[in-house]
Ligand binder design. Structure first.
Ligand code: GDP
Ligand code: MG
Length: 297
């Protein structure tokens, strides 16, 4: 296959809380999730998913600084946001389909003005409004900023997603296959790391702590000096189990952490700082809400 016309690049999904960013990502990635991870691409951006298409690879990333909070973007946040967008090929700005909300988007739009990247506006949740209300919205937004494209979608009902993907691919530069199309390495790494920790919990506690103990890697940051900060939660069902894992003066947890860290360092071939937290989640296996919180589908 000739790679000269292959399209690829980094796309950030930004927008206020609750506009539907996660829903869109889940819908786009669907079963074909290559990676859903928090492993950072740079110290600022993290990959949240990769979509492989015929002739293209879209790497969705999160740009932490750019999420506009309820309060005004501070000077530092603006600076960080700009820095974060620097390495992005396309910005997706997602908004809700309500006219009265436009003014809330001005801050982020003004920010995007100064970064000079292609911006695709996604007007999400169009299932919630009448068809005839959408065109005026597009009109309003197109007056505010020179969006490369304005696409009405419903992330929830998968409306407009194919068009969105086509527009993204058209807008992406030519580029290499950044990740093997079947790469699931990062996900496996996280899983294996959780297992390495769980293994040490088991080895240190034997039958005192049931096998229902669940470990989840909750944070992963690569420092500039190459040190990888990994933070993981160890979930148990009872307060007493928590006590056993932590041990007297934290000695057992310390030993669990040291052993697990050495194994993880071997796996990643890097220096690791491992932070472990023991948490009680009562009946976590039975509670669907908690399972969701833990990242189960
Ligand atoms: P995020 O905070 O931007 O990631 O937003 P989420 O993806 O978590 O979605 C927030 C809420 O909006 C959830 O209740 C979603 O089900 C809902 N939502 C997302 N997309 C749509 C959509 O296209 N239509 C409707 N009606 N609801 C949506
Ligand atoms: Mg979300």
């Amino acid at each position: 296959m000739s790679t000269s016309h292959f399209k690829s690049g980094y796309v950030s999904i930004t927008g206020r809380p609750n506009v539907g960013k996660s829903t869109l990502l889940n819908m786009i990635l669907g079963q074909k999730i290559a990676i859903v991870t928090e492993k950072p691409q740079t110290t600022r951006n993290r990959i949240i998913g990769i979509k492989n298409l015929e002739g293209a690879q879209i790497i969705f990333i999160d740009t932490p600084g750019i999420h506009s909070p309820r309060h005004k973007l501070g000077e530092i946040m603006v600076k960080e946001a700009k820095e974060a967008i620097k390495d992005v090929d396309i910005v997706l700005l997602m908004v809700e389909p309500f006219k009265e909300k436009i003014k809330e988007e001005m801050e982020i739009i003004n920010l995007l003005r100064s970064v000079g990247k292609p911006v695709i506006l996604l007007i999400n949740k169009i299932d919630k409004v009448r068809k005839q209300d959408i065109l005026p919205l597009i009109d309003e937004y197109s007056k505010l900023f020179h969006f490369n494209e304005i696409i009405p979608i419903s992330a929830l009902y998968s409306d407009g997603i194919d068009r969105l993907l086509k527009v993204i691919v058209d807008t992406l530069p030519e580029g290499p296959l950044y990740y093997p199309p079947d790469q699931i390495t990062d996900q496996i790494e996280r899983f294996v790391i959780a297992e390495l920790i769980r293994e040490q919990v088991m080895l240190h506690t034997r039958e005192e702590v049931p096998h229902s103990v669940h470990v989840e890697v909750v944070d992963w940051k690569e420092r500039e000096n190459g040190l990888i900060n990994i933070s993981a939660n160890i979930y148990v069902e009872r307060e007493s189990q928590k006590g056993i894992i932590i041990g007297r003066e934290g000695q057992r947890l310390k030993s669990i952490g040291t052993k697990a860290r050495k194994n993880i360092e071997g796996l990643l071939n890097a220096r690791v700082y491992l932070e472990l937290w023991v948490k009680v989640k009562k009946n976590w296996r039975d509670n669907i809400y908690i399972l969701k919180e833990l990242g189960f589908k």
